[in-house]
Design a protein around this ligand. Structure first.
Ligand code: TTP
Ligand code: MG
Length: 241
């Protein structure tokens, strides 16, 4: 079985406002199932790249292809079902915990919801909620902590069958103990999916197939963790801090 999820960015140049280029001629090829990490200082353009893969914005120059199809020609809802994401800012709607985890997978059984919550280390806090999985979340999950909201988003990604996964500071609000605990779940989440991971903690990107270092919207270095350390450049500086 050939797994899907090839993502190609070809000479992508982009800015949010005219005259201010945020990304310059970005070329990236992610083969199905690969883990690609973006690192670089604040404002380098990491989140912007994932915004474009998600087609939250239209690209001015260059193209993005998913499994060989230009994303300009992929319908928005088809794109949504092909990309799962866990972002720093969580997205929850007013509905039950179960509905929030299930999200696009309306066919998912209650057992699958619980299994996904367990992968995300969310099961135990959900069980402590007044109505468990039937607890109604206020708009954007105001009755949960920021870390708990992220765990629900991770559970949602776990239940999704999308071949592409975007993790942008996916565990930034989770305490270090839970983060350690959730590592195996994150590995399961990424298994057989093309994953784009952004994390300030470089320990979470070191096992990526390819690490791309961005600075001021340009790719300045790329390679594996070992290759980039040998290079002794920007990544080495970031890593040895
Ligand atoms: P980002 O792509 O958000 O930079 P980043 O993700 O690398 O930074 P961080 O590590 O802090 O998350 O921003 C790149 C530039 O684009 C920056 O100058 C801010 C600008 N920008 C906007 O103007 N509008 C937006 O919606 C976003 C996301 C960024
Ligand atoms: Mg960012």
């Amino acid at each position: 079985r050939r797994i899907k999820g090839e993502v190609v960015l070809k000479d992508v140049t982009f800015g949010y406002v005219p005259g201010k280029t945020v990304l310059k001629r970005i070329n990236v090829t992610a083969k199905p199932g690969q883990k690609i990490a973006f690192v670089g200082s604040t404002g380098a353009g990491k989140t912007t790249i994932t915004n474009l893969i998600n087609r939250f914005y239209e690209i001015e120059e260059g193209e993005i292809y998913i499994d060989g199809i230009n994303i300009r020609r992929i319908k928005k809802d088809s794109l949504r079902s092909n990309i799962a994401m866990v972002l720093q800012d969580t997205h929850l709607f007013s509905g039950t915990v179960r509905e929030n985890i299930r999200y696009g997978r309306l066919d998912a059984t209650d057992e699958e919801v619980v299994a996904a919550a367990k992968i995300a280390c969310a099961h135990s806090f959900i069980e402590r909620l007044p109505e468990g999985y039937d607890t109604v979340l206020e708009g954007d999950g105001a009755n949960l902590s920021q870390g708990e909201r992220q765990l629900l988003n991770i559970a949602r990604a776990a239940i999704s069958k999308a071949p592409i996964l975007i993790l942008d500071e996916a565990t930034s609000s989770v305490d270090t103990r839970t983060e350690k605990y959730i590592e195996r779940g994150m590995d399961r989440l990424m298994k057989n999916r093309t994953t784009f991971v952004i994390a300030h903690r470089l320990s979470t990107v070191r096992n990526a197939d390819l690490i791309i270092v961005l600075e001021h919207g340009e790719i300045i270095e790329q390679g594996t963790h070992e290759e980039l350390l040998d290079l002794g450049g920007r990544y080495y500086q970031l890593y040895t801090g």
